[in-house]
Write a protein that binds this ligand. Structure first.
Ligand code: COA
Length: 179
């Protein structure tokens, strides 16, 4: 468990697949700026064991309420030593600062526990809340990836954001020894 001030991140286990599949399949949870694809529990099993080495964390409030997820995965060969992140919260839990904290925790955890030099994220240019989350966690906008997503029947550009290890410097929320 990665503990923050208002939320904790708990590594998703097999028992969480039904919940993750339910969230992934509800358009309002993934929001209007994420590609939509229906996923079964078996699909989750495959992506967790697949070449992108995806890991998802359930974002939990201090009372244990499950309010969404953050995830990390490889977009290039793992030898490239960089990771991409993604996140979504339940609609009624947005706008309360939870995702900003969850992303800061995830960034701390990844730089503390993995030999990576860079973490990146892609976001729809219209997704202002997501861009704010990234900027608050220290990410910088690098540019635009053309036709990066196929979403809701059309190709869409994405902004690419990143944070480098030397920009992160030190943990913002976690201690130096996350379990
Ligand atoms: C993106 C998302 C995860 C943000 O989560 P959140 O918990 O609401 O984010 P926070 O509460 O930490 O807010 C982050 C900032 O964005 C701002 N913000 C929220 N909604 C906004 C909007 N529609 N327009 C502009 N700014 C917005 C908040 O005011 C806050 O800024 P502040 O701290 O300066 O006040 C959430 O909106 C979501 O789940 N969206 C659907 C899925 C999605 O788009 N995921 C990201 C794909 S890249």
């Amino acid at each position: 468990m990665l503990e923050g001030k208002t939320v904790n991140l708990r590594l998703a286990e097999k028992e969480d697949f039904p919940l993750l599949a339910e969230w992934a399949n509800r358009l309002e949870v993934f929001g209007e700026y994420n590609p939509v694809h229906q996923m079964s529990r078996a699909d989750f099993e495959k992506i967790f064991d697949g070449p992108h080495e995806e890991k998802w964390f359930i974002v939990e409030k201090k009372d244990g309420g499950k309010i969404g997820f953050v995830a990390h995965f490889h977009v290039l060969h793992p030898a490239g030593r960089q990771l991409e992140i993604g996140y979504s919260l339940l609609p009624n839990e947005r706008g309360k600062g939870y995702c900003s904290e969850a992303v800061k925790i995830l960034v701390d955890y990844l730089f503390l526990s993995k030999d990576i030099g860079r973490i990146q994220a892609q976001t729809d240019p219209r997704n202002l809340a997501s861009q704010k989350v990234l900027e608050k966690a220290g990410f910088k906008k690098e540019g635009t990836l053309r036709n990066s997503f196929f979403m809701r029947g059309e190709k869409r550009d994405a902004y690419i954001y990143s944070i480098l290890r030397e920009e992160w410097k030190e943990p913002k929320i976690l201690t130096k020894n996350p379990e």
